[in-house]
Design a protein around this ligand. Structure first.
Ligand code: SF4
Length: 317
């Protein structure tokens, strides 16, 4: 009569996953490398979302960042140089229910993997793509990458890189069927986590460019952003990356930005006086390739074999 419950049974989940369940081998990146923060952010999201580790796949190409799958306690595929995205697309095509995280670097994605990058964006398969942008080839010890700033002294251009750097965000916003583009920096774990979570929640391919510190080879490339936090432009919108109030003191420069406005997103991506962080563009109505490749996924083994037999019989004499 007082509204008291008779049944005080507490329903516990059959399995509860801790942070440690997503930890793989000990990370062997250099001390101070931004990759550590990105790894932690992804593991936290997996834990918070209680993703069964066997339902998570991390895929990479080649480079420092591409060691990512070794450090996740989930399934993983350490692929070939530039080939993270086609491998991830293959996983998603046959197992659309899996949660796929792609770790790729500026060399891996924007140079040898550039063709795959364009078409992966167009295919828009549901996965989270993290571009670890440290402006250098780190694993092979300091060669100029597509995003190395002009004038940076490297082992391939000791007198300084000759060409202006490629802007991966601007490029991605120009690809057909792009559905989610965001930017963040590894040195602010709160914004990094919030951005990757927003990307994870997106239905389609979410592309996140992360400025990633490489204290070993490009320790000065983000100096202007780190020494003058006013150059970090925080994007705000009710449909954008949630901005923690604590960021007010760290990054005081703000701008309202509607992520459905492609023109404004392209203008923000092109700015070189500030670096915009947050959600630049999102359109969840873009078609996803895996929605067209589900045919046959629910077939039994017998039906598949019968189908194969029928196909082969067409060539029998
Ligand atoms: Fe990180 Fe640079 Fe070391 Fe590679 S070389 S692990 S990117 S700090």
């Amino acid at each position: 009569m007082f509204g008291l419950k008779r049944d005080w049974t507490v329903t516990l989940p059959e399995r509860y996953f801790t942070f440690e369940d997503y930890e793989g081998g000990e990370a062997r990146w250099c001390p101070g490398c931004g990759d550590h923060a990105i790894l932690t952010a992804v593991q936290r999201i997996c834990r918070d979302e209680q993703l069964p580790p066997e339902q998570v796949v991390s895929v990479s190409g080649i480079g420092c960042s591409s060691r990512f799958p070794h450090y996740m306690g989930t399934y993983g595929f350490h692929g070939l140089h530039g080939r993270a995205l086609p491998v991830a697309a293959g996983v998603k095509a046959r197992r659309p229910e899996l949660k796929v995280w792609v770790a790729t670097g500026d060399g891996d994605c924007c140079s040898i993997g550039a063709g795959h990058w364009i078409h992966a964006i167009r295919y828009n398969m549901d996965m989270t793509v993290m571009l670890f942008d440290n402006a250098i080839y780190g694993l092979t010890k300091k060669q100029t990458s597509p995003t190395s700033p002009k004038g940076l002294s490297t082992n391939t251009h000791p007198r300084g890189a000759w060409l202006p750097p490629l802007n991966p965000t601007q490029a991605t916003l120009g690809f057909t069927n792009v559905s989610f583009v965001a930017q963040t920096v590894d040195w602010n774990p709160v914004h990094l986590h919030a951005t990757l979570k927003k990307a994870y929640e997106h239905k389609g391919l979410s592309f996140v460019r992360i400025l990633q510190r490489c204290p070993t080879y490009t320790d000065k490339v983000f100096d202007d952003l780190q020494s003058d936090p006013r150059k970090i432009l925080v994007l705000e919108h009710e449909r954008g990356v949630p901005v923690d109030p604590a960021l007010d003191r760290v990054f005081p420069t703000r701008q309202a930005h509607d992520p459905s406005d492609m023109g404004a997103a392209r203008a923000l991506a092109a700015r070189d006086d500030v670096f915009a962080i947050g959600l630049l563009f999102q359109d969840e109505s873009c078609p996803r390739y895996e929605d067209f490749t589900r045919r046959g996924l629910d077939m039994s083994v017998d039906d598949k074999l019968a189908g194969l037999d029928a196909a082969l019989d067409r060539f029998a004499l």
